[in-house]
Ligand binder design. Structure first.
Ligand SMILES: Cc1cc2nc3c(=O)[nH]c(=O)nc-3n(C[C@H](O)[C@H](O)[C@H](O)COP(=O)(O)OP(=O)(O)OC[C@H]3O[C@@H](n4cnc5c(N)ncnc54)[C@H](O)[C@@H]3O)c2cc1C
Length: 232
């Protein structure tokens, strides 16, 4: 489906990540984990890029996508957009979705790869689903953690959700995990990992590295879903 929508809200998430919201067009249904194409005029040409929907299907009024600001052309045009301005959207697309079909899931993400995971966590929390979820999210520093407050609130609301942050450049005060997501973190934090359906999202390198770790842990491909954020 294709729509032209006006941006209604812009939320700064971290120093280089912003969320953009627009009113949900009538008829646009999506599943947690799916993405849409955003179309903008960049240097006089219409350009289109995929962005995961970071809102949940349970949020009926608005749809949100969240962009890592890269300083490149498309990013700069989006970053300069004002409330009320129009963008083209097309979708939804994508098969890395979750609607409660697996009893036990583990979500592994790097940086902006959090976007499908936040939608899945919000969906399960709003729907009061009993599915057990462990989210392992990797970032550089504490300030780079996207949706930190939202995830903390969800953990208070949802006893079945466990969130683990790991930092590659932690300060001395950081008491959580450090380093990239590794075999040790998965084994220690997800003791029943053999029973999990995994969802992975991040850069192609991050995703490949997670798949390799899961293969080492003898997790079969049937238990692994992934989304590569190509284009960086
Ligand atoms: C299914 C899917 C879902 C995605 N979901 C998200 C999401 O939720 N959030 C998100 O942030 N991203 C997401 N992405 C990635 C997103 O679509 C963009 O590719 C990414 O954000 C980079 O956009 P950009 O504005 O830097 O693009 P561009 O400006 O087109 O830059 C893309 C690449 O072009 C090159 N480039 C362009 N301009 C320059 C320049 N001036 N100097 C040097 N190199 C340059 C660089 O290699 C750069 O990495 C997703 C991708 C996929 C496939």
């Amino acid at each position: 489906m294709k729509f032209e929508v006006a941006i209604t809200d812009i939320i700064t998430r971290t120093s280089d990540v912003k969320s953009f919201r627009f009113n949900r067009p009538p008829g646009l249904e999506y599943k947690a984990g799916q993405y849409i194409f955003i179309k903008l005029i960049v240097n006089g040409n219409m350009e289109s890029k995929p962005f995961t929907i970071s809102s949940s299907p349970t949020e009926k009024d608005h749809i949100e996508f969240t962009k890592k600001l890269t300083g490149h052309d498309f990013s700069n045009v989006l970053n300069s957009i004002k409330i009320g301005e129009l963008v083209g959207i097309e979708g939804p697309y994508g098969k890395m979705t979750f609607e409660g079909e697996h009893e036990r899931i583990a979500l592994l993400c790097g940086g902006i790869g959090i976007t499908p995971m936040i939608s899945i966590c919000k969906y399960c929390t709003d729907k009061h689903l009993n599915n057990k979820i462990t989210l392992v999210s990797s970032n550089k520093t504490e300030k780079d953690i996207i949706f930190k407050d939202e995830l903390e609130l969800m953990q208070q609301q949802n006893d079945h959700l466990k969130v683990i942050h790991t930092l590659t450049r932690p300060t001395d005060e950081w008491e959580g995990c450090s380093g990239r997501i590794c075999e040790e973190i998965i084994v220690n934090e997800i003791s029943d990992h053999k029973d999990c359906i995994f969802y992975i999202c991040g850069s192609p390198l991050m995703v490949a590295s997670m798949v390799s770790i899961l293969h080492d842990l003898m997790i079969p491909d049937e238990q692994i879903n992934m989304e590569n954020f190509t284009g960086y």
